[in-house]
Design a protein around this ligand. Structure first.
Ligand SMILES: [Zn+2]
Length: 254
């Protein structure tokens, strides 16, 4: 893992409202541990949903397991439909989407997919009840604006390009991802704010996962981003309670 040497990307990310850009971590912060889940963390006992017991009949279709994810065989315009595993959309550098894709039911000021917007509202209210402020730094971004940001970075910050998402490889285009903060502290220090700690401990209860955990860049393709939360639904998200797991590992893609 290359250690970035300047704050250029972070500043740029903030200025441009980038989120596919993993903000440049300040020197010496790279190896800092993420926030420690407080002892008040609710037990995230994964609720094991019993899969329907298959009745022995010729028409029974076996439930797909995470051990055998389908191959991503989409090509060209087929990528207007995102790759999915067990009903969970996966958008990454390995599983890209075309400009044609966007949230199916966009809503609110951040143009998020309706289910994600609703969950975010619930989560924000719960945090507020705990005295913690959650603000959205970045929500949906379309292919063109992601591409413009990436091209700008390629030209101006080529040394930091691995911190930016190429167009089609950003979860923000799905309307299922949000960059969150307290409205004050951005970049890696966000992890140690009350907002960063609250999200780290509770986001999964509302269906959001820390999508790019610390030390998992080789699997996710992105540097640690304490602000980037992805909605996958509560039933799956509760299994990410300790924020060690990546979506790739969970779905058998790693
Ligand atoms: Zn983001």
């Amino acid at each position: 893992m290359r250690v970035p040497r300047t704050l250029a990307c972070a500043v740029t990310a903030a200025a441009l409202g980038l989120a596919g850009c993993s903000a440049e971590p300040p020197q010496g912060v790279t190896s800092a541990p993420g926030p420690v889940a407080s002892t008040s963390t609710p037990s995230a006992t994964p609720t094991v949903t019993p899969s329907a017991t298959p009745t022995p009949s010729a028409t029974t279709t076996p439930t797909p397991t995470v051990d055998t994810p389908p191959k991503d065989t989409r090509k060209g315009a087929q990528r207007a439909t995102p790759y999915e595993v067990n009903g969970i959309i996966v958008v990454s550098k390995k599983h890209r989407i075309t400009a044609a894709y966007g949230p199916e039911h966009p809503t609110g000021p951040y143009h998020l997919e309706a289910v994600a917007a609703k969950a975010l509202a619930r989560m924000t209210a719960a945090a507020k009840a705990d005295g913690v402020r959650i603000r959205v730094h970045s929500g949906y971004r379309d292919w063109a604006s992601q591409n413009a940001s990436y091209q700008r970075a390629l030209k101006n910050y080529p040394q930091n390009i691995s911190f930016y998402a190429p167009a089609g490889a950003s979860e923000h285009q799905t309307g299922l991802a949000v960059d969150l903060w307290d409205g004050v502290t951005w970049s890696l220090p966000m992890a140690n704010t009350a907002t960063g700690k609250w999200l780290f401990a509770h986001a999964h209860e509302y269906g959001f996962i820390l999508r790019y955990p610390n030390g998992k860049a080789k699997i996710t393709g992105y540097h640690y981003e304490p602000w980037h939360y992805r909605y996958i639904g509560r039933a799956d998200a509760v299994k990410f309670g300790n924020n060690k797991l990546t979506l790739e590992e969970y779905l058998g893609l790693a």
